[in-house]
Ligand binder design. Structure first.
Ligand code: SF4
Ligand code: SF4
Ligand code: SF4
Length: 177
């Protein structure tokens, strides 16, 4: 099993419903976020292209945040989901430094927090909160090892890219182009 998310950059309108849903579902404190919207413009005037991306932790297969954690708080569970065990985290911030995607934040309660792929929902057979609420259905989540999953189908059918592949972390967010 290999959980992954595909984000359709052609359908995302940047409404940030995913950000609000995540904050509510996961009690993310005010001023912090587990997911965020990036608008990037490329090309030269008048041929400009706007890409809107809903970003979060990439649940990297080769995760530097896990390798550098001195207490084992950052770990990988079944399906490749990268989690932080709050009780084990000493808040040293090594993982924040190590993440090439800036996906982690220091929680005011003293531990480091980030996207969990809503594992508490996934375990019940539900989609992550952000996927559930997206009004344009631009987020696809599922098991990449299952060829019939929603995420496998879109990744097989569409062109995609991962962010910062040069970091060598084998990220599991696929941005559909
Ligand atoms: Fe770790 Fe950052 Fe990769 Fe998430 S995106 S698994 S926090 S290195
Ligand atoms: Fe590990 Fe917590 Fe330190 Fe991050 S802040 S490296 S999770 S102990
Ligand atoms: Fe937030 Fe869950 Fe979406 Fe991750 S999968 S960004 S924790 S709502």
């Amino acid at each position: 099993m290999r959980y992954a998310m595909a984000i359709d950059t052609r359908k995302c309108v940047g409404c940030a419903d995913c950000v609000v849903a995540c904050q509510t579902e996961n009690n993310v404190p005010m001023g912090y976020a587990r997911d965020w919207i990036v608008e990037s413009v490329s090309g030269t005037y008048p041929k400009l292209e706007l890409e809107i991306r809903s970003e979060r932790c990439n649940h990297c297969e080769d995760a530097p945040c896990v390798r550098c954690c001195p207490t084992g708080a950052s770990h990988i569970v079944e399906g490749g989901i990268v989690l932080v065990e709050h009780d084990k985290c000493i808040g040293c911030g090594a993982c924040i430094e190590a993440c090439p995607y800036d996906a982690r934040y220091p929680h005011p309660d003293g531990y480091v927090d980030k996207c969990t792929f809503c594992v508490h929902r996934v375990e019940k057979g539900e989609n992550p909160a952000c996927v559930e609420v997206c009004p344009t259905h631009c987020l696809h989540f599922g098991d990449l090892d299952d060829p019939n999953s929603d995420v496998s189908k879109v990744v097989a059918e569409r062109k995609w890219k991962v962010l910062a592949p040069e970091a060598g972390t084998k990220p599991q967010l696929y941005f559909l182009l």
